[in-house]
Design a protein around this ligand. Structure first.
Ligand SMILES: Cc1ncc(COP(=O)(O)O)c(C=O)c1O
Length: 377
């Protein structure tokens, strides 16, 4: 149906072989392959980071808030321009979400300045998102969180391998939360990684992941332990060996795939920079290396986005929106979320074009030429 779809898997024979090897081995629940995935992910991030592989980024975000003891009466600052997981987890621990606005129409991330505006004595944590793979300006954010004694959680769902001043996203805050959902840079179907520099927070993560238990099923299987204690309440947010095996193959491909995304985005920018009816964000950022998770653009206010998406669809081009405004969802309409004018405006005008590492430059050209023709009409 689509001539160019929004996302395609970057899989070859290695992924099915990796899953087959796991099944043939007879051990499919979390075990040694997951440990290797955590180890290799930690090597990729550097900074002696500790990694806990989990079932999703949402699980990782939830565990972060639980481990940092965020609860009812606490306020957690989140970006106004983000996926609903960030606000959902804050509500799931009973805390109050407070929105920080985008820094500007060029930098859609939240910033120290936009966070500062909404800090109150009740603020206990801030969740930042490195939107579309573009790192936030971390020097100022880390300094602000330290000064105000606020916990910092990095939502790195868009940002595996992205760097600020040479340092990997997911290594700045108390916790980093990565997603391995299908359309992510590292694609496993469902999965995530919770990262931290702190031994204590790492231990907390491991307890929350697996029922607060001191020993895993594998430890008992291998005779390393006969029984277990439960030292605190916990959940089952484990990943399994099939997904960890997929994760390991995808991790090997990550750097090359991210480089390919960069080439494609450079072509997009060259083709679209001077097209009437749209503008391109994230062109002015300093000291960052993006991993180009998606290609978002901003339509001019007079353009009807729904009609445009429909016309692109008629021409075989899939497009999407990142993201509808949080305050318009039924679950949050009555909540009284604070205003975030830039993010609210972007939410009505954002359009996401196809981007994935196996996309060709010809496909980028087709998307751009089709979009340009529609906008000219
Ligand atoms: C910014 C952001 N945070 C969190 C998530 C949740 O990730 P997961 O599906 O792994 O729970 C997503 C997924 O789309 C996301 O884009």
């Amino acid at each position: 149906m689509w001539k160019v779809q929004l996302f395609k898997l970057n899989y070859d024979t290695r992924e099915p072989q990796a899953v087959k090897d796991i099944i043939d081995s007879g051990w499919i629940t979390m075990g040694d392959v997951t440990k290797k995935f955590e180890h290799d992910f930690s090597v990729m991030l550097g900074n002696n980071i500790k990694c806990t592989a989990v079932s999703s980024a949402t699980a990782a975000l939830h565990m972060s808030l639980l481990a940092l003891d965020i609860k009812q009466g606490d306020e957690v600052i989140i970006p106004a321009q983000t996926f609903v997981a960030d606000i959902n987890v804050v509500r799931m621990v009973g805390a109050t979400p407070i929105l920080a606005d985008c820094e500007s129409y060029d930098d859609w991330n939240i910033s120290a300045a936009s966070i500062q505006k909404v800090i109150t004595p009740k603020t206990k944590a801030v969740i930042i998102v490195h939107f579309a793979g573009y790192p936030c300006q971390m020097d100022e954010i880390v300094a602000l969180c330290k000064e105000k004694n606020i916990a910092l959680i990095e939502d790195c769902a868009h940002a595996p391998g992205a760097k600020y001043k040479g340092q990997n996203c997911g290594t700045f805050g108390d916790y980093g939360c990565f997603s391995f959902f299908t359309n992510k840079n590292l694609s496993v179907g469902e999965g995530g990684m919770l990262t931290t520099k702190s031994d204590t927070l790492d231990q907390q993560a491991k307890y929350f992941r697996s029922h607060g238990m001191t020993a895993l099923t594998l430890d008992r299987h291998t005779g390393r332990s006969i029984s277990y204690d439960v030292v605190q309440p916990g959940l089952n947010y484990r990943i399994d060996e099939m997904r960890s095996a997929l994760g390991l193959v995808q991790l090997e491909k990550l750097a090359a795939a991210n480089s390919m995304r960069k080439v494609l985005v450079e072509r997009y920018i060259a083709k679209l920079l001077n097209i009437k009816g749209l503008s391109l964000p994230f062109l002015q950022l300093k000291a960052i290396e993006s991993v180009y998770h998606i290609f978002p653009l901003l339509l001019h206010p007079e353009i009807n986005r729904d009609t445009l998406i429909f016309m692109l669809r008629e021409a075989g081009i899939q497009s999407s929106i990142h993201y509808p405004a949080l305050k318009n969802f039924t679950a949050f309409k009555e909540f009284g979320l604070n205003a975030a004018p830039i993010a609210e405006n972007i939410a009505t005008r954002e359009l996401t074009l196809p981007l994935y590492p196996t996309m060709t430059l010809e496909e980028v050209d087709l998307v751009c030429d089709t979009l340009t023709k529609i906008l000219e009409k």
